[in-house]
Design a protein around this ligand. Sequence first.
Ligand SMILES: Cc1cc2nc3c(=O)[nH]c(=O)nc-3n(C[C@H](O)[C@H](O)[C@H](O)COP(=O)(O)O)c2cc1C
Length: 187
Amino acid sequence: MILETIVTTQDSEGRTHIAPMGIHAEAQGFLIMPFKPSTTLQNLLETKTAVINYCDDVRVFAGCLTGRKNWPLTDARVISGKRLTNALAHCEVELVKVEDDDIRPKLTCKSLLTVNHQAFAGFNRAQFAVLEAAILISRLEMLPWEKVESEIAYLRIGLEKTAGEREWEAWEWLMTALDNFKRQAGL
Ligand SMILES: Cc1cc2nc3c(=O)[nH]c(=O)nc-3n(C[C@H](O)[C@H](O)[C@H](O)COP(=O)(O)O)c2cc1C
């Protein structure tokens, strides 16, 4: 199963990097698969640790893709790193295996500690819509523009029916990024 999470890593000088990543949850641990080039990949290879943050504030996903990376952080417990302060739960992991690849290496990580912070508040369609739109926007260079437009139109239906303030804010950031891309590409 793939879980859409926020991965926090640190470089060897202690600078934290925040990135949305779909991670594969497996019996033995997690598989993180960053596309090259990636700061997450570089940091994991450097420091061999990361934090997987389970977060329902979709502004973090949309924000990271639109240049808003300054989210509140708290010290991790057993590794030298940071977690998102507003994570519902987090898991601190250690890198145990690297399968290199020119496009998308596979990083196998084992869990060292999982901590719950807040209760899961239930499913919300607008959160799903923001996540899907964020994934589309992270792949604009690779997708046909008609596909992007039709999928955004569909996602907007669930968003308009169910969004709260956080979801609307995240959606607006993504739509601004989409408009900018459209204008620059002359579409
Ligand atoms: C929900 C979601 C899941 C994503 N999953 C991945 C992933 O598995 N691998 C990846 O390289 N990028 C993924 N991305 C895109 C990255 O977050 C984005 O490209 C980021 O800049 C990664 O590069 P970095 O490690 O240099 O920050 C995802 C984006 C979203 C919104």
